[in-house]
Design a protein around this ligand. Structure first.
Ligand SMILES: *Cc1c(COP(=O)(O)O)cnc(C)c1O
Length: 431
């Protein structure tokens, strides 16, 4: 099995954290997101412990809520001593509704609206990650109007391409995120920010991409940030207290993906930072990281029911499930690979080659193509692994398909954290 919380029981059913997947599907209906809270906590601890061990005091991971944002996730990351990234008023409101401290929020986004900036300041968001000069001016106005000084990190584009998908690679120069070092704009961004009323610059943020497997990309990023910080020191006399390295550690989606040792990678990055700071005679900044995917992705499994199954003679077999791109648009967007299992026959050989299609009127509505599962019958429970990140978060009501429920497993108990959407929910906004 791809993850150690998955197994097969004596009925031949897939188990998730000891729960029979077929019983969960029966009890809560399908499609269903099944999130193993203990697995999430384990990932949080890996980051917190590794960062505390290797980086200067005050260093911590921030959970990137965009990966999976709902009220129930915030008490978990808070109790595991993490901060959180938010990217919209909606995410701020969700965190605050779960009593997450506003002071531990970092507000991201290249196009925060004026209203969102005002809301963030009013709610006491601890840090803004300021993307550009236009935002800086608006934030300054809001802070001055309230008589406060807003702590900020400035988002810097370091010009790195960690060879991930173009759509999820944000560190190169031509990007809508941040100000580039290469054109000189990053330096003048800092100069302006330091002279802006109501703004306290604490340090720099950069995010180089997502689904990154090696520490070397982060080490390159540290080199560039540090070189930039030294230029800033020499030109402007400002020393950054904080470097935020963004998110991006990968998780394995299929057996052939490498497994990332997060703790070992963090230790390698820390050593690189120590050496760089020593060589440049730069005081070691505290380090923030913003894991999203690697906190939640592999803690969640989506359960579907197999509906119609058909073979197009000479071509392929289709197994159609009762969800698809509406609860997981990642295959449609990026052709992302997933591991699919027949949870009802998890002990049978996976020798039936098929394409798992969704239920939308859209030929791109697929979860996996040419994958092998144990031959299903109508009604079998089909499990798709690694669906914790960017699945529920990207879910939609196309074809007026309703969003699944999300249940959480913790200490041998299951509870509904997000109930299944209903027709009434769908119609609630309409006159
Ligand atoms: C998307 C994003 C993250 C989280 O990335 P993961 O790959 O999910 O870890 C963190 N920080 C920023 C700024 C992002 O845009």
């Amino acid at each position: 099995m791809l993850y150690d919380n998955l197994s097969v029981n004596e009925s031949g059913h897939l188990t998730i954290a000891g729960f029979d997947a077929c019983e969960l599907a029966e009890m809560y209906g399908t499609p269903l997101y099944v999130l193993d809270e203990d697995h999430v906590r384990e990932k949080c601890r890996t980051y917190v412990n590794a960062m505390r061990a290797s980086f200067p005091e005050g260093s911590m991971p921030l959970y990137a809520g965009k990966a999976l944002c709902f009220k129930g996730i915030y008490p978990i990351v808070q109790s595991e001593s993490m901060g959180a990234d938010v990217v919209s008023a909606g995410e701020i409101a969700t965190a605050l509704a779960a009593s997450f401290p506003a002071s531990l929020l970092y507000f991201h986004g290249s196009n925060k609206t004026d209203a969102e900036i005002a809301y963030g300041v009013e709610q006491g968001v601890g840090h803004f990650v300021v993307d550009n000069l236009d935002e800086l001016a608006t934030l300054s106005r809001e802070a001055v109007a309230r008589g406060i000084t807003q702590k900020v990190l400035l988002r810097i584009t370091v010009g790195l391409d960690p060879h991930t998908l173009a759509a999820i690679n944000t560190g190169k120069v031509d990007s809508q995120f941040g100000m580039p070092i290469e054109t000189g704009q990053a330096l003048s961004f800092v100069r302006t920010a330091l002279a802006t009323e109501g703004i306290e610059v604490e340090g720099f943020h950069s995010h180089i991409g997502s689904q990154i497997f090696e520490a070397s990309s982060f080490c390159d990023q540290v080199d560039r940030l540090l070189a930039f910080a030294c230029d800033v020191r020499d030109e402007l006399g400002f020393i950054a207290q904080t470097f935020n390295l963004g998110g991006g550690f990968a998780v394995p989606y299929v057996e052939s993906d490498p497994k990332v040792d997060i703790a070992a990678n963090i230790a390698a990055i820390a050593q690189h930072l120590d050496e760089g700071c020593a060589a440049a005679n730069y005081p070691k900044p505290r380090i923030l990281m913003e894991p999203g995917r690697s906190i939640v992705a592999d803690a969640c499994t989506t359960l579907y029911s197999a509906g119609r199954i058909k073979t197009i003679e000479g071509y392929r077999s289709y197994v159609m499930v009762d969800g698809g791109m509406t609860d997981n648009p990642r295959y449609a967007l990026y052709k992302s690979a997933y591991t699919v299992l027949n949870a009802s026959r998890a002990d049978a050989p996976a020798d039936f080659e098929c394409t798992i299609a969704g239920r939308c009127c859209e030929s791109g509505d697929r979860i996996a193509e040419n994958t092998c599962i144990a031959k299903p019958e109508h009604g079998d429970v089909i499990a798709v692994l690694t669906t914790g990140a960017y699945n529920f978060a990207m879910s939609m009501n196309y074809n007026r398909v309703m969003r699944p429920a999300l249940i959480m497993l913790h200490n041998g108990e299951a509870r509904v954290a997000i109930r299944r959407q209903t027709v009434d929910d769908l119609l609630a906004l309409e006159a």
